[in-house]
Design a binder for this molecule. Structure first.
Ligand code: FBP
Length: 259
């Protein structure tokens, strides 16, 4: 069965709101508002996001169907040291029952456990294909052998892995400049590229500059969490990011929204 992300993107582009940090980092990323999934679901719909990324527990108890659900199938905590491994904790079938429109899966290339995640992704992709659900691969090179996970070579490699394993989209870190990110986007071929936001940038304008760079490089959009919901005004930040990604506003135009 054909799978497509385009059903919930806007002209092939989109902004996805990531909110799986409670498993990955614990509640330390949240404040009194953002610790409540209802606040984030409201932000996702009012902010015009193309999709929201949730783990199964939050989806089961809070998902309201207003914004397309991207269900994260695997995950891990940050309490374990050493080369990371993220195992599947929700099946494709369960995700479909929860109303997922796409599936997220993290792979850590460079980890001694990469084979396990690559293999598991292969099975996920097969099940997803049967149900017509697209896959988004979070590809984060990591582990003892990875010296710099945002170097242009490593990020382009991550993007290419997304294409090679048959992901419909890949979520990768920003390299820091348009030209090298353009190479990463080219390396991903027909696999769509979304930038992963990362920890809060030095300033909100700096983050918007990154979003502009990513779009100039030909990406499909961004899949961000902290830089949106940790912003001083998550609603204004959501609009600024959406305007850049979907409406192709310039940095100057978008940053005025934050004033
Ligand atoms: P951010 O935009 O907040 O970085 O979210 C993207 C994301 O991939 C989340 O989906 C995930 O919870 C988190 O980053 C994992 O971060 P890391 O692996 O760097 O700890």
């Amino acid at each position: 069965m054909a799978t497509s992300l385009d059903s919930f993107l806007t002209n092939g582009r989109g902004v996805l709101l990531a909110y799986d940090h409670g498993l990955e980092h614990g509640p330390s990323d949240f404040n009194g508002s953002t610790v409540d999934p209802e606040f984030i679901l409201n932000l996702a719909s009012k902010g015009g996001f193309n999709g929201i990324v949730l783990q199964r527990g939050v989806a089961e108890r809070y998902y309201d169907g207003k914004v397309p659900l991207i269900l994260k199938l695997n995950g891990k905590t940050n309490l374990v040291q050493g080369d990371p491994v993220s195992r599947q904790i929700c099946s494709v079938e369960e995700a479909a029952e929860l109303g997922a429109k796409a599936l997220g899966y993290t792979i850590y290339p460079g980890s001694i456990h990469e084979g396990l995640m690559l293999h598991e992704f292969g099975k996920v992709r097969k099940d997803a294909g049967r149900r017509g659900l697209p896959t988004i691969a979070w590809i984060y090179p990591r582990g003892r052998s990875v010296m710099n996970d945002v170097s242009p070579e490593v990020v382009a490699y991550a993007a290419r892995i997304g294409l090679e394993i048959g992901a419909d989209a890949v979520k990768i870190k920003y390299t820091g400049d348009v030209e090298s990110f353009r190479w990463a986007v080219r390396s991903a071929g027909k696999t769509k590229v979304f930038m992963s936001g990362g920890p809060k940038a030095d300033s909100e304008v700096e983050f918007l500059r990154q979003v502009c760079g990513v779009m100039e490089a030909g990406a499909a959009g961004v899949a961000v969490g902290r830089n949106v919901w940790q912003s001083h005004d998550p609603f204004k930040m959501s609009e600024a990011v959406r305007r850049i990604v979907v409406d192709r506003w310039s940095l100057n135009e978008a940053q005025r929204l934050l004033a």
